[in-house]
Write a protein that binds this ligand. Structure first.
Ligand code: ATP
Ligand code: MG
Length: 358
């Protein structure tokens, strides 16, 4: 996955994602907070986005920026005992934040499914891999045991497990890490979900299998018009697979646009840092990556103003104390939550950042 095609070139009009009217998934002002011994962790802090059917939304951001928590919350997979969720999550018009566990369970696996970041926790050690793929299929389609087993074998073949008709009866511990990851992908895709959330679906896999899995996800989308959220650290994967992109920092979206817009003319200093710190696009140059200086803020007490200001090399270009005191808003559609002027964002990127990215 190193060659970059024109992102979104063949896709629908280059707007910054779906508007609320044609959204299949619509998230509005989402806040997720965890009560812990140390205090309240503000993991998601006022997040909104829309996703239409047939489109793929990429989400990038450093570790701890809230990517997984956001998406686990969409599926209703948070622990209600220590988690406070505020805001709206509309899936095909149905409000999910207030939905009961029964309703969510019906939707999970069928209408929405997730490929989890950690394949070990997602598979039960006590049941065969085949059964774990076949059961949700049986449950949601009413297929016979025999047909569900055949479907499980077919899915294992699709994700590239050799001798699928034999391996279907293995337990997860008999699979290698990469095979477990693929089995989990088979489990997520078995019911042709209308919303597929893929959380780092290919990180544990080698390049050939990565490409195969991404093709499989794209096939699903072409056949069923599903909406896809793809969380990844790999900008090559984003460029090849996603239409729109959210850049997350400290539980917020700090930049949004089509993949093409964000990769060609990123506006937020954090996005500039990410581009320099992530594996290069279409590059086999062994150029050292430059990490963003400093560390993400504590979510127990995020800094006031712009959460990125303590690490930002450009806050001196903003007059007064605004970066430290005033929270920059994310504009609707294409844009970045940053106090630099549009002109400053453009010239700083083209004159200072782009030459360094090569
Ligand atoms: N159950 C929990 N209780 C307390 N804090 C939590 C809980 N789950 C997640 N967090 C915190 O919420 C923040 C966001 O975590 P999240 O897993 O969404 O990050 P991420 O962007 O997916 O990171 P990564 O790239 O490492 O997967 C982190 O600071 C994490 O420690
Ligand atoms: Mg995560």
């Amino acid at each position: 996955m190193t060659t970059v095609t024109q992102p979104g070139a063949a896709g629908p009009a280059p707007d910054a994602g779906a508007g609320p009217d044609d959204a299949f998934l619509s998230v509005r002002d989402l806040y997720v907070r965890f009560g812990t011994e140390d205090g309240v962790v503000k993991a998601v802090d006022g997040l909104s986005f829309d996703l239409a059917r047939g489109r793929t939304l990429g989400i990038v951001g450093e570790s701890g920026s809230g990517k997984s928590v956001t998406n686990l919350t969409v599926l209703g997979l948070h622990d209600p005992r220590n988690t406070e969720v505020k805001g709206e999550i509309l899936l095909d018009g149905q409000e999910l934040t207030g939905a009961g566990e029964r309703a969510l369970e019906r939707l999970r696996g069928n209408k929405m499914a997730m490929i989890f970041q950690d394949s070990l926790t997602a598979l039960s050690p006590y049941y065969t891999v085949g059964r774990q793929i076949a059961e949700p299929f049986r449950k949601h389609t009413g297929a016979s045991r025999r047909d569900a087993r055949l479907r499980a074998i077919e899915m294992l073949e699709k994700v590239g497990i050799p001798n699928a008709s034999l391996r279907v009866d293995d337990y997860p511990h008999q699979f290698s890490g990469g095979m477990r990851q693929r089995a989990m992908i088979a489990m997520a895709l078995v019911c042709d979900p209308e919303l597929l959330i893929a959380d780092e679906p290919t990180t544990a896999l080698d390049v050939t299998v990565q490409a195969q899995i991404l093709d499989l996800i794209k096939d699903l989308q072409q056949q069923t018009g599903s909406a896809i959220i793809l969380i990844t650290h790999d900008l090559g994967v984003v460029a090849n697979t996603a239409d729109d992109l959210l850049v997350m920092y400290a539980g917020r979206v700090i930049e949004r646009g089509t993949v093409r817009e964000v990769l060609r003319a990123p506006q937020h200093p954090y996005t500039w840092g990410l581009l320099g710190s992530m594996p290069r696009l279409a590059s086999n140059v062994a150029e050292p990556l430059t990490p963003i200086p400093g560390a993400p803020p504590s979510l127990l007490a995020p800094p006031p103003g712009c959460p990125f200001h303590p690490r930002c090399g450009f806050s001196g270009d903003v007059p007064g104390d605004r970066c430290r005191t005033e929270r920059p808003e994310l504009p609707a559609g294409r844009g970045a939550a940053c106090h630099l002027t549009a002109e400053q964002k453009r010239t700083t990127f083209t004159e200072q950042i782009k030459p360094r990215l090569g």
